[in-house]
Design a protein around this ligand. Structure first.
Ligand code: 2YJ
Length: 272
């Protein structure tokens, strides 16, 4: 995940964008529905209202991103969980959350964004949450991925998880990265295909998971393509938007919601 900026997350979750309505049209599921499925659960398996979450602002490295903690907090509350942003930052905030006996602590520095389950000592990382959320969204938009060809663009943390997840969903995965060695490593590990020519791979695919912080000109997009694209900055030109059947994107909400629900899943409390 590229570093978010305040303007990218301004007002997230945003009622004006109305992510749930857009996702319902494209995938048949809301953010919460996708997150529940991404956690391997079904509606009714877990009572999210039983969980208390603390979001800890982290000042290290490049520092606090204005609005980040507030957005994470709002996303989690939208799922039905209780949540607040700690008044202290860093270790102070973490200590405050532990003292408050919360179930889940969420925090991000420049390299890592985690949801830590205090009951079970398990953590869910944003790269996994993002890859899982966007793979599940792609699967729902595609009406299942078993036997279908999927192109994963980017072999970084999110792309690597996506390759593994999509392969497990039964897709025929091709991965591409400007660093060919990284794509080759995934081929060797998961038995997927590698493409070194995005110019021919993109127009040959109906289903695309774009895990790279780049976008592509519409002339490379196949008509009716479904593009699940978590990367920021996010931009697809008019031709791409006209041709694609669906472009699934948001700057923070899907990945964060999957992290929170997946983290909650580790506890038995939600099933009491
Ligand atoms: O607490 C804050 O406001 C900041 N420390 C948040 C930093 C948010 N981090 C990022 O945007 C990183 N790029 C996250 C990397 C996650 C890797 N999947």
């Amino acid at each position: 995940m590229t570093r978010l900026t305040p303007d990218l997350i301004e007002g997230v979750p945003d009622d004006k964008i109305d992510l749930d309505s857009r996702l319902l049209k494209m995938t048949g599921k809301t953010v919460k529905g996708l997150a529940i499925e991404a956690a391997g659960l079904e509606e009714g398996d877990i009572d999210l209202t039983k969980f208390r979450v603390a979001v800890v602002p982290i000042t290290s490295g490049l520092g606090v991103i204005s609005g980040f903690s507030a957005s994470v907090d709002a996303i989690v509350r939208r799922l039905g969980m209780e949540s607040y942003v700690t008044s202290g930052t860093d270790v102070n905030g973490f200590a405050q959350a532990v003292e408050d006996d919360v179930d889940i602590i969420m925090m991000a520095d420049d390299n890592k964004f985690v949801a830590y389950n205090t009951r079970t000592n398990c953590q869910t990382d944003n790269s996994f949450g993002t890859a899982m959320g966007y793979s599940v969204a792609l699967k729902n938009a595609a009406g299942g991925l078993e036997g279908k060809d999927v192109l994963v663009i980017g072999a970084g943390f999110v792309g690597s998880w996506a390759v593994r997840i999509l392969k497990d969903m039964g897709a025929n995965v091709t991965v591409t990265d400007i660093l060919v060695d990284k794509a080759n490593a995934l081929r060797d590990k998961y038995g997927v295909e590698v493409s070194t020519d995005i110019g021919s791979a993109l127009p040959a695919h109906d289903y695309i998971l774009n895990a790279a912080p780049v976008s592509f000109p519409g002339n490379l997009i196949r008509k009716g393509a479904v593009i699940s694209t978590p990367g920021v900055p996010h931009y697809f030109d008019e031709e791409a938007r006209m041709k694609a059947k669906a472009i699934i994107h948001d700057p923070l909400e899907i990945g964060t919601a999957v992290m929170a629900v997946n983290s909650a899943k580790y506890s038995s409390r939600g099933k009491e």
